[in-house]
Design a protein around this ligand. Structure first.
Ligand code: PEP
Length: 238
């Protein structure tokens, strides 16, 4: 993907009322030079699809790997396509660490998402403990090995210690890690757009956007506020 990608992960936030206000503000004010993706909770996907022009794309935060059947509480990639999604987050650190999703399960989800016609936004990144032990590269290699039988996707480098903490990784670390990820994926003949995620805010997004090796950002907290999110989008007019 040549355009920068700016994805908003709303996590388990927003009601119909608050989401409606936010979506309308974004839809009215955004001037698009990037691929902007809104990723609300499942309950708000339908409403987001109705409100957003098709210049803004829709994604989901998770999916199961089966098409249909007796899997109470799960949502299939086909259901996401049916409701207008183009993207799906797979392997967010909250899914890995709170819900115990394994690399083997994530591999199945990646394949299922692609088979259904979705572009996965596959999250990778080390925990604080892994960082302290100097295991970043080892962990990333293991997580990237999950990408098998896939020729194209979006990868988000999201160091777990930077998510929701207000402390983003420094530019040198982001550059170095994204270079590493791109190299590894090139060796595997995977065409990847690689984003950074972790405490991206209007006051650091300009510096991030200046680095052309970074293909865009995955934004959590700051995407819940229209003004902040629109400023981040503006930073990427590069
Ligand atoms: C995220 O949840 O993917 C994320 C990057 O969150 P935040 O921007 O709040 O750190």
């Amino acid at each position: 993907m040549n355009k920068p990608v700016i994805a908003a992960n709303w996590k388990m936030n927003m009601t119909k009322k608050t989401a409606g206000i936010l979506l309308r503000k974004i839809n009215e004010s955004v001037s698009i030079t990037s691929e902007v993706i809104i990723i609300p909770p499942f309950t708000l996907l339908d409403m987001a699809y109705e409100i957003l022009d098709n210049k803004i794309k829709l994604g989901a935060q998770n999916c199961y790997w089966k098409k249909s059947g007796a899997f109470t509480g799960e949502i299939s990639p086909q259901m996401l396509v049916d409701i207008g999604c183009k993207y799906v987050i797979i392997g967010h650190s909250e899914r890995r660490h709170i819900f115990g999703e394994s690399d083997a399960l994530l591999h199945k989800k990646l394949i299922a998402a692609i088979d259904a016609g979705l572009t996965p936004i596959y999250c990778v990144g080390e925990t604080l403990e892994e960082k302290r032990k100097g295991k970043r590269e080892f962990v990333l290699n293991r997580q990237l090995d999950t990408i098998n039988g896939i020729s194209s996707l979006i990868v988000a480098y999201e160091p777990v210690w930077a998510i929701g903490t207000g402390v983003a990784a420094d530019i040198a670390t982001i550059r170095e890690t994204i270079e590493l990820i791109k190299l590894k994926l090139k060796e595997k003949s995977v065409d990847a757009t690689v984003l950074y995620g972790g405490s991206v805010k209007p006051d650091n997004s300009k510096e991030i956007a200046k680095q052309h090796i970074i293909d865009g950002v995955l934004v959590g907290g700051a995407s819940l506020d229209a003004e902040s999110f629109l400023k981040i989008i503006d930073s990427f007019k590069r």
